[in-house]
Design a protein around this ligand. Structure first.
Ligand SMILES: Nc1ncnc2c1ncn2[C@@H]1O[C@H](COP(=O)(O)OP(=O)(O)OP(=O)(O)O)[C@@H](O)[C@H]1O
Ligand SMILES: [K+]
Ligand SMILES: [Mg+2]
Length: 701
């Protein structure tokens, strides 16, 4: 008998709710100088103006570099050439940052491509099997997969149960069970069947499978700018325009005083003033954030969701399959007084014969054992099956002899018995309560004839709460996130499981619509809601949530509705997702602060240098507080510092600013201090040091 205590090979994997070490943790996650060098050609290829125009700040630097190159041709000098080289270096370094960030995903995409190798499929047509290339499969095709077969494309199991090795996709070697009917019916193309035989209905068009999406995701192929990025880009662009105007209007002013400035100097000044540091690193920061998620085995389909995760207030979790293992198995049948166990088992069996859910199948298995193989085919021939739905919360069968049998949630069956002219035996309530208090799911079995209806007893379904949830929910609470469990189960079962798992609150007897309504209510007033679920009935809620994390064990509908998939099917993975989201926002903020503060300091290096030679501006010479060697050396040193700082900050952009659970206000103060003050001071030190070296260049006046 399938029992919650029987250890199947699936358990060790699905029970570990703590972090499974993500498979990429061994790959070089931190930045190395070698990686920079390796990406150099890619960085050069990115000089394409059609690509660069999307990054306004760096595009201005590119145009400036072209201008100074022309200047070098017309009026060559050591100063002009060296400065121009460093202006080009600024653009290339920015591209390098992006290329390095993307390069990490590319390596992983190559590994995934190996899993997508050419396979064939055993296509079923009119009961006959033909072998076709997997790429020819379209939605709706049915294929057979047996032990040893690679599943040719994504789909839903419509017949059978099998253990599947999903390591090609999840990196986890323990096999998982995939079965028809329930919330564990989805299979992924590229994974391998280890035992038994299943029939799969294909749900993905060629080229649009989960693996394809994963590859383009880790490669950043269809990365879209997030609303936050767009807003920041607009801000950077307007700053750039302001400085452009300031620099351009400087010229008439300088001409009037008899010392017009060269194009070279003006471009150098402009590049130093505009926020090139953040402009260069912005896209790398975003890519690195997604990459960090992939390393935690979470696939984020949208960058917007990652940012939203950084500000989530509430996490809603589905119970079965998310908080519990989702393996609700029939454990016992409990008849009420006056009904024999055999009578109840027979009714439960009949009501489940056509029930394709895992619950239904486990009831069949248990009852067949209790009835010792008694043949019920006479009773069931010609019967009309009533399928389970999350709305009715019942399933059953209408027999030819006029008897109708139902099983389902207590409240639902009670209404059905009432409607059919029966009385709901209070003894049932006692049994139901007892099972529920234990965290079990009671399914009440009832039968109705033309003129009467009565309850026969209760089937006890058992499920197991995943391990290690309580500590992780405590952690979420410490981060200020409220956890709410939502379930279609009755309030007592819900309360028992909620207590065991340690969630803050729960909602029971929830239909898919209730789940959706709860999310919309939580979202009122701009609060951000995350939802974790696995079932088709969770799909509307997953789609509505700001962050919708589908369990990889879940149904195709759930995975498509959400904007993230957790390959480890760990409901507390949201902790990592939130931390990564916050880290992304903080890193972007910190580097923006640093960048702007930096530019202010560079202003003091360049402006005095530019006007040092002008007699009327002798006073400005006093601004040369850094004591730089010469005006040219000052300008060149500022340009070099401006370029070098980009490369120096690449590791920070990729790794992210350290995130620790503390209040937002404290975090802000801390970052302003470190990155604002650091950004002000660094250029003074850096430019002075570079100036000492630059002054040694022969030919630089
Ligand atoms: N095969 C079935 N036949 C009859 N009734 C069922 C069956 N499976 C579940 N039920 C009843 O319907 C209720 C709702 O089940 P469902 O799986 O839709 O819950 P849910 O909304 O997904 O909640 P959760 O997954 O969080 O427990 C169950 O609590 C149970 O009482
Ligand atoms: K700058
Ligand atoms: Mg469910």
């Amino acid at each position: 008998m399938p029992d919650a205590d029987t250890a199947t090979p699936v358990r060790p994997r699905e029970q570990t709710a703590e972090h499974t070490p993500a498979r990429n943790d061994t790959s070089p996650s931190t930045f190395s100088p070698g990686a920079l060098a390796a990406q150099f050609p890619t960085a050069l290829a990115k000089l394409d103006p059609r690509v660069m125009v999307k990054q306004p700040v760096m595009f201005v630097v590119l145009i400036g570099s072209v201008l100074t190159t022309a200047y070098c041709v017309i009026d060559p000098s050591v100063f002009a050439i060296v400065t121009t080289v460093w202006l080009w270096a600024t653009v290339v370094f920015a591209n390098l940052a992006e290329a390095v960030a993307e390069g990490r995903g590319k390596a992983q995409a190559d590994t995934l491509r190996k899993a997508r190798k050419e396979t064939t499929a055993r296509l079923l047509k009119n009961g006959e099997e033909t072998v076709v290339p997997a790429i020819r499969l379209t939605v709706g095709d049915r294929v057979v997969c047996e032990a040893g077969d690679v599943i040719p494309s994504d789909g839903d199991v419509i017949e059978g149960v099998a253990s599947v090795d999903e390591s090609a996709v999840t990196g986890e070697s323990a096999p998982v069970i995939r079965e028809s009917g329930g919330d564990r019916s989805a299979v992924t193309g590229g994974t391998r069947v280890l035992s038994d035989r299943i029939i799969v209905r294909i749900t993905a068009e060629p080229g649009a499978t989960f693996l394809d999406r994963m590859i383009s995701l880790v490669e950043g192929a269809d990365r879209q700018k997030t609303p936050n990025e767009i807003a920041l880009n607009a801000l950077l662009a307007s700053l750039t325009i302001c400085f452009l105007l300031a620099v351009v209007t400087l010229q008439p002013f300088a001409t009037w005083s008899g010392e017009s400035q060269s194009v070279l100097t003006l471009v150098a000044l402009l590049v130093c003033l505009i926020p090139t540091t953040i402009g260069a690193l912005l896209s790398a920061i975003g890519i690195a954030g997604m990459d960090r998620l992939v390393r935690r085995n979470v696939l984020a389909m949208s960058g917007r969701a990652v940012e939203a995760a950084g500000n989530v207030n509430t996490l809603l979790l589905d119970k079965t399959g998310t908080i519990t293992l989702g393996d609700r198995q029939a454990h016992a049948v409990l008849p009420i007084d006056g009904v024999t166990q055999a009578k109840l088992a027979e009714a439960a069996l009949l009501s489940s014969l056509a029930d394709e859910t895992p619950e239904g199948r486990s009831i069949v298995a248990l009852c067949e054992m209790l009835l010792e193989g008694r043949d019920l085919s006479a009773a069931s021939t010609g019967a009309v099956p009533i399928a389970f739905s999350a709305e009715t919360r019942m399933s059953g069968m209408d027999l030819l002899d006029g008897r109708r049998i139902r099983k389902g949630a207590g409240a639902a069956v009670r209404v059905w018995v009432d409607e059919n002219g029966g009385a709901y035996d209070p003894a049932v309530t006692a049994i139901v309560d007892q099972i529920s208090a234990d965290g079990g799911t009671p399914l009440v079995v009832a039968e109705a004839t033309a003129d009467a209806a009565r309850v026969l007893g209760v089937v006890h379904l058992k499920d197991v709460v995943k391990e290690g949830l309580r500590e992780r929910f405590d952690q979420l609470r410490a981060m200020g996130i409220r956890t709410v469990m939502i379930t279609g189960d009755n309030p007592r079962t819900a309360a028992a499981i909620a207590r065991e798992a340690g969630v803050d609150d729960f909602l029971a007897e929830a239909t898919p619509q209730d789940k959706l309504d709860l999310i919309m209510k939580e979202q009122e007033g701009g609060r951000l809601v995350a939802m974790t679920g696995d079932g088709t009935n969770d799909a509307p809620a997953l789609a509505q949530a700001d962050v919708g994390v589908a369990m990889n064990t879940g149904t195709t509908a759930a995975k498509e509705a959400g904007n993230m998939v957790d390959l480890d099917s760990d409901p507390t993975k949201l902790i990592d997702v939130v931390a990564i989201g916050k880290q992304l926002l903080i890193t972007r903020g910190a580097l923006t602060t640093f960048s702007v503060a930096n530019d202010v300091a560079k202003y003091f290096a360049i402006i005095p240098a530019m006007f040092a030679a002008i007699p009327g501006y002798g006073g400005l010479g006093a601004l040369n507080i850094m004591g730089l060697a010469s005006p040219q050396s000052a300008i060149l040193s500022a340009v070099i510092f401006n370029a070098v700082i980009i490369v120096l900050l690449v590791p920070l952009a990729l790794r992210g600013v350290a995130y620790r659970a503390m209040s937002a206000a404290r975090m802000l103060r801390r970052n302003l201090l470190i990155y604002g003050l650091g950004g002000l001071i660094a250029p003074f030190v850096g430019i002075k040091l570079i100036d000492l070296v630059v002054a040694l260049i022969p030919g630089l006046a």
